[in-house]
Design a protein around this ligand. Structure first.
Ligand SMILES: Cc1ncc(C[n+]2csc(CCOP(=O)(O)OP(=O)(O)O)c2C)c(N)n1
Length: 204
C-alpha cells in the first residue's frame, strides 16, 4: 500500500499518538543503515532516547532544517534511504523545502511530521496546524503526492514500511500528544557531526 492509496483520514480524524512510541516503531523497521535526520528539540530527543545509531543526525539550534539536511544526504547518497523527522512548527517555518524535495524527486527520502499543534519546547504556543493548516494538503500541493496522515499506529507502521520500500519522496504526518520527550540529546555538535559522517561512510 502506498501512502497515496490511503489518505482518507484528514488531520483532525487521525488518532492522537505518542512521538516516542512512533519513533521506536519507525526505528525498528530500519535494517539497511538508513540515515535519520531529526529536527530541533523533541523530535531529536525522542530519536536519541530510542537508541543511538551512527546513521542518526540530531539537529541542534535552528528550526526547519531536518528536511533540507535530509534532502542533501539523499542527493549525496542516492542508494541510502533517508528519513527526516520534523515538528509541525519547524516545518511551518520552512515550508519551501517541500517544493524543493518534490522538484528534486528525492526517491530515497521519507519525511515524518510530528504534529502536536504547538511549539511545545518553547512554551506550547499554538501552531497553525492546530486549527487552519493541513500539513498533508500543503505537502501534496507542493508536489509530494505520496503524503498521508497516519490514522493510527498500525497505519503509521504500514506507511513507513511502504515509504522505505517504494519510490519516494513520501511524507507521513502523525498527530501526537503533548507528553514531554523521553530523553535529552547530548549537546555536542562536533561529536554528532563526526559520528554521522562515519556512519555514512564519508569519514574514517
Ligand atoms: C529559527 C528559529 N526560530 C525560533 C527558535 C526557537 N524555538 C526552538 S524550538 C521551537 C519550537 C519548535 O516547535 P515544533 O517544531 O513544533 O516542535 P515541538 O517543540 O512542538 O516538539 C522554537 C520556537 C529556533 N530555535 N530557531
Amino acid at each position: 500500500m502506498t501512502p497515496t492509496q490511503t489518505g482518507a483520514v484528514g488531520a483532525h480524524n487521525a488518532k492522537v499518538m505518542n512521538r516516542f512510541d512512533l519513533t521506536k516503531r519507525l526505528v525498528s523497521q530500519l535494517s539497511h543503515e538508513e540515515a535519520v535526520v531529526a529536527g530541533i528539540g523533541n523530535a531529536n530527543f525522542d530519536l536519541w532516547a530510542s537508541g543511538q545509531r551512527p546513521q542518526n543526525f540530531y539537529m541542534l539550534g535552528s528550526m526547519g532544517l531536518a528536511i533540507p539536511i535530509a534532502l542533501g544526504v539523499a542527493i549525496a547518497q542516492p542508494h541510502r534511504h533517508v528519513v527526516a523527522l520534523e515538528g509541525d512548527g519547524s516545518l511551518l517555518m520552512q515550508l519551501g523545502c517541500l517544493a524543493t524535495v518534490a522538484m528534486r524527486v528525492a526517491k530515497n527520502l521519507t519525511i515524518v511530521v510530528w504534529d502536536n499543534g504547538i511549539y511545545q519546547i518553547t512554551g506550547s504556543q499554538s501552531t497553525a496546524s492546530a486549527t487552519t493548516a493541513d500539513l498533508v494538503t500543503i505537502a501534496r500541493g507542493a508536489g509530494i503526492s505520496n503524503s498521508a496522515w497516519a490514522a493510527d499506529e498500525e497505519e503509521f507502521e504500514r506507511l513507513i514500511a511502504s515509504a522505505l520500500k517504494d519510490g519516494g519522496p513520501s511524507l507521513i504526518a502523525a498527530r501526537i500528544d503533548h507528553k514531554p520527550p523521553v530523553g535529552t540529546t547530548d549537546r555536542d555538535p562536533v561529536q554528532i557531526r563526526e559520528r554521522f559522517m562515519r556512519g555514512l561512510g564519508v569519514k574514517r
